[in-house]
Design a protein around this ligand. Sequence first.
Ligand SMILES: [Zn+2]
Length: 284
Amino acid sequence: MLLYCIIGVASADRLEVCTTTLGAERKTMIIDIHAHFPFGEYSRLEDLDIFLRRARRFHVDRICLSGYVNRYGFNPTARQVREINRWTLQAMGRHPEQLIGFCFLNPAVGADAARREIDWAITRHGFCGIKLWVSVNCRSRKLDPILTAAAELGVPVLHHSSYNTLGPAAPNESTPADVADLARRFPAVPLIMAHLGHARVQGITEIAPHRNVLVDTSGSQPARGLLEEAVRRLGARRLVFGTDLPIRDYASVLGRLYDAPLTGRQRGLILGQNAARLLRLEAP
Ligand SMILES: [Zn+2]
């Protein structure tokens, strides 16, 4: 009976804390910096309604779409890259107030083709960032023209990274140490390293000296305390809320953010203010 009472009191306290915190943070725009559409079961434009209903349920205001990156394997042609970005553009056209495009690129298609894609997506159609996945390891100089263009246009680059416990998911997959190398070569470009959950403490340590690198909160390995450790080592201004939806879900990523012992200011930065700064969105 005593145990039951203690649990009851503890739960009530926690509930009150969460409700209060969530209320305070509703002043902050919530931006998911890392999602994919179309992807998996969301294959038709009409599926966007289900996709966005999930976001509304968790008060997510804006979603950055990185495209159907694995649609054509690890090494898509320039034509396939355009097709992936065209799907993102169609989604943006249906919900321009909620969806933000990141231009997916394969550095292996060459500097001229990559530049054409950047001009089409960012300059002509208002995409706000660049997404790089596993086509080329980010230590390669093939990325240099893309990063140079990002610096020129003032857009962030979201780069896949992982210390995969099962070994690399692709031959050219980049690790956090590789992202640190890219950050050292291009200190003026804001880099968003994907997947805090796959970076682990080792990855946080490796990117820590490079202040142009932020980390998104996605990744499937739910090590307790990792988010808090990242905030302690990097500062809250270097984390951004990202889910990798629909591969992950809002419940787990937001649950971790709301449950972590962070201040309201730290949570507000991570949930949306840092992303708004990077994407040059108007202050909410
Ligand atoms: Zn992703």
